[in-house]
Ligand binder design. Sequence first.
Ligand code: KG4
Ligand code: ZN
Length: 370
Amino acid sequence: MHQVVTAVDGALKVLGIETSCDETAAAVVVRAADGTGRILSNVVRAQWEKHRPFGGVVPELAARAHVECLDDIVREAMLTAGLTFPQLDGIAVTAGPGLIGGLMVGVVTAETLALLNQTPLIAVNHLEAHALTVGLTEGLKPAYLLLLVSGGHTQLLAVHDVGRYTRLGSTIDDALGEAFDKTAKLLGLGAPGGPAVERAAATGKTGRFELPRPMHGRPEPNFSFSGLKNAIRLAAQAAAPVSDQDIADLCADFQAAVAGSVADRVRKAFVLAEAAFGAGAPKRLVVAGGVAANQALRASLSSVAAEAGYALHVPPVALCGDNGAMIAWAGAERLARGLVDPPGIVARARWPLDADAKAVLGKGRLGAKA
Ligand code: KG4
Ligand code: ZN
């Protein structure tokens, strides 16, 4: 294992590489000795054009696209940061969860760079990177309650510390981002679906379509979105042929149903979080992952948090979706604690943050990022 040698001022400069899904990303961040962070560069290249004809992410195409551009993206991140490889204190790479071909591209690249430059290597869990982003953007450190909402995950977690998580709730079927993407596809909107639904909803009115609020009132803070997706399909069929206004109204009602359901689930999680952290702990709700960019969801969570005396923390929109800065930052947080990895990192399609959490239903989801 490499010896961790910090710069004279205790600052750590870390390169982060992200290739777990359909974004190729690299970034350099610096973590000061006082634990605060700064982004020196953050380069993200989305692959949507390559996947659009197939209506979803094709794993093999994603892996090839990462191979084609990762070297350029890393070079650009280093140039923008104004650093050479020997000046880095660590190289962090997403090792899971995600699409295995893409993960391997990132891992091989990071290991090669680390070996050539004798730089410590850090294998980062993509979900941990989302979970810790608020540490980079606003210096917020655990403990806090986390709502993680992305294309592959929908979970509520007690974040005790870096590397220490308790899952309080999870989806029993689709992830929230997946529900946005499938709704967009059903309504003939472009990809990625989340932003497309949000744009369409902006000109829609709520209250026209009666949609379910999944799991409403259930005591455990779990989620379900497949019934809602089905209800949207039935409502769209009943309104066919749909006009642009119908689509806008459907999207507005979909977002309202999502926001209502998530708010109800988060309210239930507050009780569990207080038990997990103790009654006197600061009440903090963090929202992370691609869907955290959604303004309707943010607004709903903002009132739920205020109602319960919680402070709401959400990264800026540009850092909600997948990016290299969050990987570099999670790597820097681990490096500062001496948590480095020997060469031979194994890419993992599944890698839960809470290894002890039991499946919510049956064997649980077996999807790429579950
Ligand atoms: O975190 P992320 O970039 O990738 C994963 O780790 O999965 O999340 C991607 C998901 C996609 O499902 C995308 O449609 C959704 O986040 N998303 C949004 C918005 N922006 C991205 N969903 C709702 N509203 C948005 N503005
Ligand atoms: Zn993500």
